[in-house]
Design a protein around this ligand. Structure first.
Ligand code: ATP
Ligand code: MG
Length: 282
């Protein structure tokens, strides 16, 4: 049985969450209203939804960077609110939507940032641990002392991923991991994510607008609309749900190509051996 079967324990359990932000006119914006979502251990759960529907905010709840007005967020069986924020990086790594490397730091110091914050590990050990992560994301040691401005967009994403994995967290949050990459770069990054997911036994929650990335990596897809999760399931199950956002997102040619991609079976994660490249839909 696969590790993300329906009865797998939940890595993340979001129950009855309400998120509100104050508006300038004195009112409030309700972003999430009684939202439920579970992420099963070992799966790649992808979150799709229109811009501003609160996808990044949901990830900030999991990290404990933002507290919901109501409801609970449970991470590995413990309420997020009750956790020491310093421990968060050992439980969850995040690849932020805006890359967010420190421009004045070298590649290696960016990766080592959390390790240095965490405690008083010897410098040589921290350097060695960061080097392992650099190689894990497919970058050669010769890049270790470069600045972020000396890297390609794809390399920046890899360094940010290495930093997210620095403390070996079991859960990885990816906010638009392939945005801004060219098709080849996006394919390569998907291949890397797929092999890391399998080799490290990670649970992954990903936000993406990119249909190719969605189909290449997702075990299940959750759709955020109307301030809550309106559908969750396999791509086929979600595409069968009647909702205006789902019909617009998967409708027409995009949906047809998505179904064709599923029918070739080779693109579906459970059927793909590690390292197999996934063809992007034309
Ligand atoms: N700290 C904040 N203060 C006030 N409003 C906020 C704050 N954070 C998020 N919002 C609002 O909450 C809504 C959801 O924002 P969020 O960034 O989560 O959307 P998103 O789904 O990630 O969008 P995108 O796809 O464009 O990245 C937006 O209207 C945003 O303006
Ligand atoms: Mg966002």
């Amino acid at each position: 049985m696969s590790t993300h079967a329906a009865d797998a324990p939940l890595a993340v359990d979001i129950r009855g969450v309400w998120t509100t932000f104050p508006l300038a006119n004195g009112g409030e914006q309700v972003v999430h209203q009684d939202l439920d979502l579970g992420v099963r251990q070992g799966e790649v759960l992808s979150l799709v939804g229109g811009s501003g529907t609160g996808k990044t905010t949901l990830m900030r709840h999991i990290l404990g960077l933002e507290t919901p007005a109501r409801g609970t967020v449970t991470l590995m069986g413990q309420p997020v609110a009750a956790q020491d924020p310093r421990h968060a990086a050992t439980r969850v790594g995040m690849l932020f939507q805006q890359g967010a490397l420190f421009s004045a730091f070298s590649v290696l110091d960016n990766i080592a940032f959390g390790l240095n914050e965490w405690g008083h590990l010897p410098r040589a050990l921290v350097r060695e641990m960061a080097m392992v992560k650099l190689q894990m994301v497919g970058l050669e040691a010769k890049h270790a002392d470069k600045r972020p401005s000396d890297l390609s967009g794809g390399m920046v994403k890899r360094v940010a991923l290495a930093r997210a994995l620095a403390m070996d967290p079991p859960l990885l949050l990816l906010d638009e991991p392939t945005a801004g990459l060219d098709p080849q770069g996006a394919d390569d990054f998907c291949d890397l994510l797929r092999s890391l997911h399998q080799e490290l036994g990670l649970t992954v929650m990903m936000v993406t607008h990119d249909l190719d990335t969605l189909l290449a990596l997702s075990s299940r897809i959750a759709v955020l609309a109307d301030r809550r999760v309106v559908a969750v399931g396999t791509a086929r199950e979600v595409m069968a749900v009647r909702h205006p956002f789902i019909q617009a997102y998967f409708g027409g040619g995009r949906g047809q190509r998505a179904l064709q991609a599923l029918d070739t079976a080779t693109t579906w994660p459970d059927a793909v051996p590690p390292g197999t490249p996934t063809p992007r839909t034309p």
